[in-house]
Design a protein around this ligand. Sequence first.
Ligand SMILES: C[S@@+](CC[C@H](N)C(=O)[O-])C[C@H]1O[C@@H](n2cnc3c(N)ncnc32)[C@H](O)[C@@H]1O
Length: 267
Amino acid sequence: MDFHDFEQSGWERAAGHYGDAFGSLTSQTIPALLRAAAVAKGTRLLDVASGPGYVAGEAAALGALPIGVDFASEMVALSSRLYPSLTFQQGDAEALRFADRSFDAVTINFGVLHLARPDTAIAEAHRVLTPGGRCALTVWAAPDVSVGFGIVLNAIEAHGRMDVPLPPGPPFFRFSDAAEASRSMSAAGFVDARVETVPLKWRLQSGDALCDAFLEGAVRTAALLRAQTPDALARIRHAIVEGAERYRKGDHIELPMAAVLTSAAST
Ligand SMILES: C[S@@+](CC[C@H](N)C(=O)[O-])C[C@H]1O[C@@H](n2cnc3c(N)ncnc32)[C@H](O)[C@@H]1O
């Protein structure tokens, strides 16, 4: 199975868990994302990799006219249930079925890091935007600042194997690098690229919940965890719980996380 199909089948499986695992976290970037894409009343917005539909939901609350597109049928069904008055379509970020220059803004919240061909998707965003329309996208910041990722990846490195057979895909943290993110936007014809870091907080009931979020609500990291031996996975879980406990605040755990938000204008 190639990386694109691996991600697609993974998201069909994870759709029911993603919201509980990551929804309260990925939603925190939406105000900054919509600002960076200049979304306001009447903006025709395409939200790519729309997942449960949170971005489209908040855009509609501002009076914008969003359409969400996601390649996982389970995600499209979920977003349509959560936001019955909005339009969500099944479709591929790398081959959008929309006319040239048909949107004023494009958003991609935590989507490009899952794409087999992110540069093709960014070129597609440019194609469907009117000149001057802004594209804004977020990814996780590197694991040293996205502490939840740091804890999980360090635990796998220490107690398991990173070299398990997975379909090869682009580097997970490629767009976390500001220079690389701007370069990719410029290569697709965008101008006025701006990159900012958005601090986030991940509130969890336990360290086990951190491990389960990645096992059930993610795709690439879930596959990395599931490919470990049962003994290694038990040691990894133990190390994740220990790592998370360092961030306990009373009855919950609060992990510092961060997103890198890149936006640019179409030409
Ligand atoms: C981490 S979730 C992000 C969901 C949502 N944007 C949010 O803010 O929470 C990634 C989403 O990207 C979708 N996705 C991944 N690759 C895609 C592609 N090539 N075309 C369309 N959607 C894709 C997945 O199905 C999944 O819903």
